[in-house]
Write a new protein. Structure first.
Length: 293
């Protein structure tokens, strides 16, 4: 499984600096915050888009996702949301990113209304995404924070061009255990976003492994899904995921340590969790595990 980090909490960091950090710390990809105040956003011209692609190519780093802000479950007219979504999908296509992230956002709508709005918009968005060669991912967040919430919408959408970005914190805060969440999201899973916190009442971000999120269990589930996935393409269902993305949130929590100091430890911890999960799976398949003498 490949590792990425998110620029969601890095306001205005220039692309060369992002790439220097990613390649220097051994991360394979980056989730780009696609907001007008960032260096990469849907308003970029063609020349600027080409330059971004070339910089990432030269650095050997993948653009995993352009994380945008269309709110597919929020009230109001469909046309502005769909126009925003199309611009985001076109940016993902031009940058070679396989995914574009959207939020539910329907916190003021009732569940039935929010679901109906999200399904209607995502059906159209999924068709656009497929035509453009990308996939739109609904993040488990706000009005649809649990696996059950997201799965309910995506099941009704019924289109492979729409999937889910599993934000482990939000499904956990929603009261789901990872096994339940993974079972719900397995048919739609794009990739997984991780972080850590001290408790349900303390949202201050901590480096993975320093808090209480059940990240080891998540790695076990993803490793099991990859072991049982059929065929080389695990990007569109079955609960397997090719990417694990750490979300860095200094933008909203200024007291968090600077990114360069955190990246090596985060990388090592996530790699360790994946290695432990793989070893555990190997042991359960009957291959003797090495034990100390």
């Amino acid at each position: 499984m490949r590792l990425a980090f998110s620029t969601l909490g890095l306001p205005g960091m220039p692309v060369p600096e992002v790439l220097r950090l990613a390649s220097g710390a051994g991360f394979h990809g980056v989730e780009l915050r696609a907001h007008p105040e960032e260096p990469v956003h849907p308003g970029l011209g063609l020349t600027e888009r080409v330059e971004v692609v070339e910089r990432f190519k030269d650095a050997g780093v993948q653009i995993l996702c352009v994380a945008g802000y269309p709110k597919v479950a929020e009230g109001g007219e469909d046309a502005p949301v769909l126009a925003e979504l199309r611009a985001l999908l076109e940016l993902a296509r031009d940058l070679g990113a396989p995914y574009a992230r959207v939020f539910p956002g329907g916190v003021d709508a009732g569940p039935a209304e929010g679901d109906a709005t999200a399904v209607r918009r995502l059906r159209k968005g999924a068709a656009m995404a497929t035509d453009l060669g990308v996939r739109v991912l609904l993040e488990t967040h706000d009005s649809h924070r649990t696996g059950a919430d997201a799965a309910r919408v995506l099941r009704a959408v019924g289109h492979p061009g729409a999937g889910v970005l599993w934000d482990v914190l939000h499904t956990w805060l929603g009261g789901e255990d990872p096994e339940t969440t993974h079972r719900m999201l397995a048919p739609y899973l794009g990739y997984v976003q991780v972080k850590d916190v001290a408790s349900r009442s303390d949202s201050m971000p901590l480096p993975p492994g320093k808090g209480v999120l059940p990240l080891a269990q998540v790695m076990e589930l993803l490793t099991r899904a990859r072991d049982t996935a059929e065929g080389p393409d695990t990007s569109a269902g079955g609960g397997a995921a090719d990417w694990l993305c750490w979300e860095y949130e200094k933008r909203w929590y200024p007291e968090v340590a600077e990114l360069p100091a955190l990246l090596p430890g985060v990388r090592d911890h996530l790699r360790g969790l994946l290695a432990d999960a793989a070893q555990s799976r190997t042991g359960r398949r009957g291959v003797p595990r090495r034990t100390p003498r």
